[in-house]
Design a protein around this ligand. Structure first.
Ligand SMILES: Cc1cc2nc3c(=O)[nH]c(=O)nc-3n(C[C@H](O)[C@H](O)[C@H](O)COP(=O)(O)OP(=O)(O)OC[C@H]3O[C@@H](n4cnc5c(N)ncnc54)[C@H](O)[C@@H]3O)c2cc1C
Ligand SMILES: NC(=O)C1=CN([C@@H]2O[C@H](COP(=O)(O)OP(=O)(O)OC[C@H]3O[C@@H](n4cnc5c(N)ncnc54)[C@H](OP(=O)(O)O)[C@@H]3O)[C@@H](O)[C@H]2O)C=CC1
Ligand SMILES: O=C(O)C(=O)Cc1c[nH]c2ccccc12
Length: 410
């Protein structure tokens, strides 16, 4: 805290004190942590910190909170896990919300959350680089606004909350740039209404790909789904309970492998043999696979029935694209009007955080596995990189606030 006081004193005389760039730009000393990202993770961290009496500055590149949910998801999206597993710390969902709130309801909840904890992010401001200044014992967080204005935030604690879904993964498919139809990522897909009567190839069979296919069917488009590898499809609900809730409950008493066996038997009874329809199951069970690699099982909300009925066709991996024609690895060639890439997301941390110890440069996740990835050195923290959805983010947020809170009070 001595460093902080010294810098504070100097800055009160000169707001551009010690600014390292030749062109003078604004510098701001933050009393408390800087949180990068105003998604659920950033909001949860800011709220938990506030509860500890710690103020923070939240920086967000878009013009709203929860930009992933507000700007980059399709209209028919609902939470896949029951609301009790998706609530943020200190504020439950309204009781009159359904078990699986839709996108609007989830955003409404998050807006109310931000209001309740008076979280007012700095919007339209992208963090472009951050580094630890050892000589000062402070983080320097350089941000750029929409009009190119540069502000350097100087702070003792830096909380990374930019998420596991910060950037779309665009696969490198031979000939894709020459495709004559429309190509877009699921983060730009809103509704199947614009694809009525069109032949659409959806690439990737995670939860996004499956649900976009279902949406396309519901809008009388003709979707095909590229499945290049094995995938676990589980019903969203089983035996009158959510599959996720039931799994969590069973895990209290039984080992994961046994719970996986149970899930697979019940799924088989409800869905049948998915391999018969082109969806082979991985050798490792769904929970064990999620735990090992973060690969989320598909929680089916109706796409499988459309696959069974032939309304959604299953295709193997893509070999190459030529104009309107797409050649698959089995040699078949078919023409399509549009391609939707449901190929997932990646972290963007390595692009802006000049710190190589805590975060892996390869995938932009904390190197230490769950539950130890939330804390690094020199006041650096990560919230929402657990591959465990909103539940994992809430856990991180509570730990971070407690940790910083202890330091703040001393
Ligand atoms: C379609 C979809 C559905 C999902 N459904 C569920 C579900 O039902 N249950 C569940 O538990 N999880 C679900 N998830 C997982 C998802 O990760 C969480 O719901 C949640 O959004 C994660 O919150 P976050 O704050 O960590 O990340 P995000 O919501 O992605 O928020 C990160 C924020 O950081 C901002 N940002 C990024 N880089 C910068 C930068 N350099 N400078 C400034 N700001 C930046 C982004 O604009 C964004 O607003 C879903 C994910 C997707 C894609
Ligand atoms: N309602 C909800 O709650 C929803 C939740 N989500 C969540 O959002 C997160 C992101 O989901 P999602 O967008 O589906 O991304 P995922 O990363 O889960 O899935 C991406 C899929 O794309 C495949 N893929 C990647 N590249 C290629 C390629 N070149 N050719 C063929 N297939 C390819 C992957 O296959 P491979 O495994 O072979 O690499 C994988 O099956 C997940 O955690 C998911 O659970 C998403 C939608 C709805
Ligand atoms: O929807 C997601 O991406 C999630 O991460 C939610 C989630 C966390 N753990 C799971 C285990 C099985 C299915 C979904 C999830």
């Amino acid at each position: 805290m001595d460093n902080l006081k010294e810098i504070q004193g100097k800055m009160s005389h000169d707001p551009y004190y010690d600014f390292p760039y030749s062109k003078r730009r604004r510098q701001e000393l933050v009393h408390g942590p800087v949180i990068v990202g105003a998604g659920p993770s950033g909001l949860a961290a800011a709220a938990c910190l506030k509860e500890q009496g710690v103020p923070s500055v939240v920086i967000e590149r878009e013009n709203c909170i929860a930009s992933l949910w507000q700007l980059k998801t399709y209209d028919r999206l609902k939470l896949h896990l029951p609301k009790k597993f998706c609530e943020l710390p200190l504020m439950p969902f309204p009781e009159d919300f359904p078990t699986y709130p839709d996108k609007q309801q989830f955003v409404e909840y998050l807006e109310a959350y931000a209001k309740r904890f008076t979280i007012e992010p700095v919007f339209e401001t992208s963090v472009e680089s951050s580094e630890y200044d050892e000589s000062k014992g402070m983080w320097r967080v350089k941000s750029v606004g929409l009009k190119g204005e540069v502000v350097e935030y100087v702070c003792q604690w830096l909380v990374v909350a930019t998420g596991e879904n910060a950037e779309a993964v665009m696969p490198d498919i031979d000939g894709m740039v020459g495709f004559c139809g429309e190509v877009k990522h699921t983060s730009e897909y809103k509704s199947g209404s614009v694809y009525k009567g069109k032949k659409v190839l959806v690439v990737g069979c995670g939860n996004s790909g499956m649900e976009v296919c279902l949406d396309l069917c519901n809008h009388n488009a003709k979707p095909s789904l590229v499945v290049r590898d094995a995938v676990h499809v589980l019903p969203r609900d089983m035996l009158g309970k959510s599959t996720f809730g039931l799994s969590m409950w069973l895990l209290k008493w039984f080992p994961m492998r046994l719970v996986d066996r149970f899930l697979l038997i019940v799924s088989w009874l409800i869905l049948g043999n998915t391999a018969k329809y082109g969806l082979d199951r991985p050798v490792v069970g769904p929970l064990e696979l999620k735990n090992m690699s973060g690969k989320t099982p598909v929680l089916d909300v109706g796409a499988l029935a459309k696959i069974k009925s032939g309304d959604i066709k299953i295709c193997p991996g893509i070999q190459e694209i030529r104009h309107h024609n797409i050649q698959f690895v089995n040699g078949k060639i078919e023409n399509f009007d549009a391609v939707i890439l449901a190929t997932g997301y990646k972290s963007n941390v390595p692009c802006w955080l000049k710190e190589k110890e805590m975060f892996s440069e390869k995938d932009g996740y904390p190197r230490r596995p769950f539950p130890n990835g939330w804390k690094g050195a020199y006041g650096l923290y990560a919230v929402g990189f657990t591959k465990r959805g909103l539940l994992g983010a809430s856990l991180d947020a509570k730990r971070i606030a407690e940790d910083i809170g202890k330091c703040w009070k001393n």
